[in-house]
Design a protein around this ligand. Sequence first.
Ligand code: AMP
Length: 445
Amino acid sequence: MCAIVGVFGNSEASKIAYYALFAMQHRGQEATGISSSNGEKITTVKKRGLVTDVFDKKALTKLKGNMAVGHNRYSTAGKESIWDTQPVYASYQLGKISIVHNGNLVNKNEVRASLIEQGAIFQSSMDTENIIHLIAKSQKKDLKNRIIEALDKIKGVYCLCIQSKTKMFAIRDRYGIRPFSLGRLKSGGYIVSSETCAFDLVEAEFIRDIKPGEMIIFKQGCHEYESIQIFEPDPHICAFEYIYLARPDSNIEGKNVYLARKEMGRALAREKKVDADLVIPVPDSGVSAALGYAQESGIPFDMGIVRNHYIGRTFIEPTQEKRDIKVKLKLSPINSLLKNKKIVVIDDSIVRGTTAKRIIKILKEAGASEVHMRIASPAIKHPCRYGIDTPSYKELISANYSTEEIKEQIKADSLDFLSIDALKTSLGNDTNYSLASFDGNYFIK
Ligand code: AMP
């Protein structure tokens, strides 16, 4: 998951990066960091914690210069330590660089083993450090060609922002799995960011998505950026960005995430109809799809469950016990609305089944006469290897049980998922999607 941002050519670069990271807090809540450059010196502030906790006025004043890169961390590869926070800063033969990375390298272990064999020393468990070592080892004469050579050796998912003292490189892997967009700041200069929701907050105008396999180069003193297609594009946009990860007000590849979710809800209503009195969402993740389901089915929509907003996402809790209590703390029913009603409850996805079990229980305890669960995505049968923190096969409920068996376990009156075909149709069949979690097609070999 993770969020990255790069700001170039604006005297308030670190402040703009800060706001952009704040807008993208949903993509990572474990740690955050910003590196800025004033042309002579790169300064970095990074720490475990939320954006508003890590950066105060003093920290932002320290981050001088008209370029900055930033990162919100959600750990997929790497452990929970200060060494695993980004930006990763390093000195090498041609100078100093600072790098932020969103994604997951699939050949991380092989590359690392070979680098260690050649004498490299690693400080963190992040795959991002591999890229730094490969850049440092390259014999090419300039940073651009060193980056290209390094990326040629790695396989997997990455959106990168690499900053030297005077240049910034924004790169998206050839599959374009994670979103990455380019914008022009109204106050001057450019911004690249994982999600377009950051643009609205910092008053940037969307230019376009960075293309799969593209490198964009910003240079001090140049008003225009340079674009090079460094790898042949083979687009596979992650369907899960639309289903769950991205913020509803973001647009990915020209599609608004909220509207895409609503469309999935509509498709679900057409495909997996049920007779009920009320459609209710699991807040907040099921709201957009539930609205679509209600509009398509004609069943009234209502908020039958309220969410306590002072608790983070349940999935982030590392142990099952903690996850259970957090779901309880997070969601509570409106009894007088639900009593004696036949309910269709909509969520975006089922991972381990913790949320679904708890939701059905609280709806039944609130007096619902029937609870039918509909999920606005296909069953997740395979772990993600491309940057989302989904658990292993062992913990994925749909990898181990049939829909009927899960229905029994969560004690629903019925349960159904959106089909893969309906998901594709709802997103528009105009591009390829990465559907590995649903169909097990790990296309990066
Ligand atoms: P679970 O309770 O384990 O079945 O997880 C499903 C819930 O977690 C749903 O309400 C989803 O909205 C949410 N969810 C799905 N994928 C993720 C993810 N990668 N990170 C955090 N939450 C997620």
